[in-house]
Design a binder for this molecule. Structure first.
Ligand code: COI
Length: 368
């Protein structure tokens, strides 16, 4: 194991030089697991602080059969994950995008699920360590990003229903390309834009008021797999869910948040405990305001989709995904995608900042 040096200059645990790349087919990256050399682990007992973390080679982990994560959703519902990405700039630097925001969201989610969580500094330091150790896995500029998946889980043993007595925080990394085969192609090259075709689910809901839909917990993902599989078998890209009470208002897509554009107004469902507060969602709202759009967070009736000029999705994995059609009650609503689209403009600015092509005046990026 390599012991991470919290808040000190980063040490390089590998024998690789800074300009060396891992043996990866960079031109054909999808969103599959391609594990980078190192992962990062730290633990803590309930109500104590996390100990200093360690880097080790990517490997399987050992868990007690009675771990809270496996038995009571501190594996399924309480296990919790975030995600953040590292990008390589044209001049060879590696930039992280808003890891502090992911850290704060992890803390909020952990609190809801009665889990101990690392401090914001510990989280950000861990992300820096893992990105630095896996530098040769950060794709060349324009080819994708290094996706880092921090997990927090109840790893201590329980039998009765209770929070686990020990927590494990872990980050692994994998280089990735586009989440959907459709979507904008990388780094401000809008050629090849292939819009997403969404299906509005009427049987299943994603979250209910008072539940944990607003928390990025693994328990929000297994239940949507069936709806996704059904939609995919009918040729759709992903599923858009409606609220569970009225079955009338837009919530989110299985893997990302949703926005609609009408004239100069960009709207997204208000987060009310059932919708994930995406870091990309928040960043896009800021960027949209900078571009002069009026941004509204509100309840959006499904009927508004008919009159929308554009619809797009946002997420760490998805980035910004333009929507080409939405099918609801056997009716297909189509959206025109063209040069100068609002989502294209927002995408270019976001990715420009993430990759160092556009000056980061907001202090969102961290160079490692
Ligand atoms: C992300 O956007 O990073 C997520 O964790 C969503 C997941 C479905 C890929």
């Amino acid at each position: 194991c390599y012991t991470a040096q919290a808040n000190s200059s980063l040490q390089k645990p590998s024998i690789y030089s800074d300009d060396e790349y891992a043996d990866v087919d960079w031109d054909n990256l999808g969103f599959g697991i391609n594990p980078a050399d190192y992962m990062y682990t730290m633990k803590c007992s309930k109500d104590e602080n996390f100990e200093q973390g360690q880097l080790s080679r990517y490997r399987n982990i050992e868990l007690s059969p009675s771990a809270g994560v496996l038995n009571y959703g501190q594996a399924r519902d309480d296990g919790l994950y975030e995600s953040t990405k590292a990008y390589k700039t044209k001049d060879g630097r590696v930039l992280l995008f808003r890891p502090d925001q992911h850290a704060m969201r992890l803390k909020m989610g952990a609190e809801r699920l009665c889990m101990s969580s690392p401090s914001v500094d510990q989280f950000v330091n861990a992300v820096k360590e893992i990105a630095h150790a896996n530098k040769r896995w950060v794709p060349p500029p324009g080819k994708g990003s290094l996706y880092m998946r921090p997990l927090l889980m109840g790893s201590g043993p329980v039998l009765g229903l209770a929070p686990a007595p020990e927590y494990t925080f872990l980050i692994f990394a994998s280089p990735v390309g586009n989440y959907f085969k459709a979507g904008f192609y990388f780094h401000c090259t809008l050629q090849g834009t292939a819009p997403l075709n969404l299906y509005i689910e009427e049987e299943f809901v994603r979250a209910t008021p008072g539940g944990a839909g607003g928390v990025k917990t693994i328990g929000n993902y297994a239940p949507v797999l069936k709806a996704i599989a059904r939609a995919k078998s009918r040729g759709f890209t992903d599923v858009l869910y409606l609220d569970s009470v009225n079955r009338k208002y837009l919530e989110e897509v299985s893997s990302c948040n949703i926005f609609i554009v009408k004239g100069d107004v960009i709207s997204t469902p208000a987060t009310n405990g059932t919708i994930l507060e995406g870091v990309t969602r928040k960043s896009i709202m800021d960027i949209a305001r900078d571009h002069g759009y009026q941004v509204e967070e509100r309840a959006i009736p499904v009927d508004e989709l008919v009159d929308a000029d554009e619809v797009f999705c946002t997420g760490t994995a998805v980035v910004v995904g333009p929507v080409g059609s939405i099918t609801y009650q056997n009716r297909r609503i189509e959206y025109k995608m063209g040069p100068g689209s609002v989502s294209g403009k927002l995408y270019s600015t976001l990715v420009g900042i993430q990759t160092g092509l556009i000056e980061d005046k907001k202090g969102w990026t961290i160079e490692i």
